[in-house]
Write a protein that binds this ligand. Structure first.
Ligand SMILES: NC(=O)c1ccc[n+]([C@@H]2O[C@H](COP(=O)([O-])OP(=O)(O)OC[C@H]3O[C@@H](n4cnc5c(N)ncnc54)[C@H](OP(=O)(O)O)[C@@H]3O)[C@@H](O)[C@H]2O)c1
Length: 252
């Protein structure tokens, strides 16, 4: 298991205060990494950081809205002030979803999705890559099966997640000479606050789970294992890949 060991490594997880990001932050810490956690709520990030410190790893919780460029600048200044760097891994999970008929979709709805998912992920990855270049590092983006296939009422979210898959391939090729690997996870239906409005409705839950070969929703921990793998040297020859984790939906 030595190749999965992240001891002595430093990781940053955006959207790490809850849901998939939190499970990944804790998973990276369990694998030995020190982990900084960020999301808009500094208090919730600090809660996640305490959970990580209880595992014996260093951790910082820092508030940052990744949709705002100036916040991302401040995040990296704050990490430097706390002497948390250079980073070895970054996982970008900050995300928001919204479903509405495309005919009702206004320009600002699309813009919000692009700001959070595309600009937010790219900004954080680029600033981390400036620290990683030459030393090596791993970046893991969070896409979605809705960015690979399609989903009615999710045109903006799906477009943003498809852009993440494209960034994954392009940056993997461009940053390979810098020894930076770039991959993504593409979760299917995972039980979090984001999917609660769908999964808490028994009729809707039933309908959605019927399309999943494993006949259940995934848990955030089932994404964490993949992120630990992609950040570790066990994945040292894996780059430009989007790993689908969806209970078999895309295999149909
Ligand atoms: N759940 C699923 O089925 C599923 C499937 C495919 C992909 N995903 C993707 O997985 C990622 C995590 O989703 P989740 O299900 O864990 O959702 P979640 O439980 O709602 O968590 C979302 C996380 O992102 C943070 N966040 C939201 N907007 C932000 C912003 N502008 N700046 C910084 N942080 C922000 C939230 O914290 P604050 O509110 O404190 O900012 C929270 O930590 C997202 O990218 C999502 O699109 C989820």
């Amino acid at each position: 298991m030595a190749s999965f060991d992240l001891s002595g490594k430093r990781a940053l997880v955006t959207g790490g205060s809850r849901g998939i990001g939190r499970a990944i932050a804790v998973g990276l810490a369990r694998a030995g990494a020190d982990v900084a956690v960020t999301s808009r709520s500094a208090d919730r990030c600090e809660e996640a950081a305490s959970e990580i410190r209880a595992l014996g790893r260093a951790s910082h919780g820092i508030g940052c809205d990744v949709a705002k460029g100036e916040d991302v600048v401040r995040l990296f200044e704050e990490l430097a002030k706390r002497d948390f760097g250079p980073l070895d891994s970054v996982v970008t999970c900050a995300g928001t979803a919204g479903m509405q008929p495309s005919l009702m979709l206004e320009r600002q709805d699309m813009q919000l999705m692009l700001d959070v998912h595309v600009h937010g992920s790219f900004d954080v990855a680029r600033r981390a890559a400036l620290q990683m270049q030459g030393r090596g590092g791993s970046i893991v983006f969070c896409s979605s099966v809705w960015g690979i296939g399609s989903q009615r009422m999710a045109a903006a979210y799906g477009a943003a997640k498809a852009a993440i898959c494209s960034l994954t391939r392009t940056l993997a090729v461009e940053w390979a000479p810098l020894k930076i690997r770039v991959n993504a996870v593409a979760p299917g239906l995972i039980e979090t606050d984001m999917t609660a409005p769908l999964l808490d409705d028994p009729g809707m839950r039933d309908k959605m789970l019927k399309s999943v070969p494993l006949r259940r929703a995934g848990s955030p921990d089932e994404i964490a294992g993949a992120a630990v793998f992609l950040c570790s040297s066990a994945a040292s020859y894996v780059t430009g890949h989007t790993l689908v984790i969806d209970g078999g939906v895309r295999a149909r």
